[in-house]
Write a protein that binds this ligand. Sequence first.
Ligand SMILES: CC(C)(COP(=O)(O)OP(=O)(O)OC[C@H]1O[C@@H](n2cnc3c(N)ncnc32)[C@H](O)[C@@H]1OP(=O)(O)O)[C@@H](O)C(=O)NCCC(=O)NCCS
Length: 214
Amino acid sequence: MASNHVSNTLGEIVLVGGGGHALVVAEACRASGGRVFGVYDDDERCEAAREPDGAEWLGPLLSAGELARPWILSLGDLGMRARVIQRLGPHTPDAQRVVHPAAVIASTASVARGVFVGPLALVHSRAAIGVHAIINSAAIVEHDCTIGENAHLAPRSVLGGGVRIGPGTLVGLGAVVLPGLTVGAGCVVGAGAVVRRHVPDGSRVVGVPATPID
Ligand SMILES: CC(C)(COP(=O)(O)OP(=O)(O)OC[C@H]1O[C@@H](n2cnc3c(N)ncnc32)[C@H](O)[C@@H]1OP(=O)(O)O)[C@@H](O)C(=O)NCCC(=O)NCCS
């Protein structure tokens, strides 16, 4: 269902990170006709390598600086992802976008390199998804939203039209952000929260309506 301008023509791809999120990314790669060549993780027996049709273990995470193939970040932890992005800086042009074929991407939306879009996710008109962001299973990104680098929209989170999500921000499982609001950089929106006001950089908010913790 992904529209043609962002559909994958995946060949061999390397996963950087081998935990639970890697299983989801690997599944989307296969569903898109790609093949997971191997996985970098600090644990040689990481989940992605242990699967029956598991990926070959290629080495620890930070040795991924020697990447010779297209790759995607498949770590779930945003802090760890940021460290790897810094490390792989010179190689970012090779970062591969992986869009599950059961995602819907509007023809006027843009999806940067290194982005993962999971099954049943919707990225609507004129939305812009920044590099290495995760639009997870069944997340809804309404029209005119802007998603920063390495942000994570968790499964079933919903952004109203024109929402801006800063870089490195997690919008938790099932959370809702009302239209036109900004959630700043490095924030955490707790699972199930309903955000009704702008959220400043570095904040953690939970609940309905969402209020700060810490
Ligand atoms: C917000 C969050 C990060 C806080 O985690 P934490 O730092 O371990 O905080 P704690 O569990 O100690 O909770 C701190 C307080 O916030 C409350 N709280 C935490 N998460 C909450 C949530 N989602 N909704 C409502 N209240 C929440 C706790 O009850 C606690 O309140 P108290 O101090 O009155 O007892 C976490 O609970 C959360 O929602 N994470 C999102 C996970 C997610 O969606 N991941 C994506 C997976 S794909």
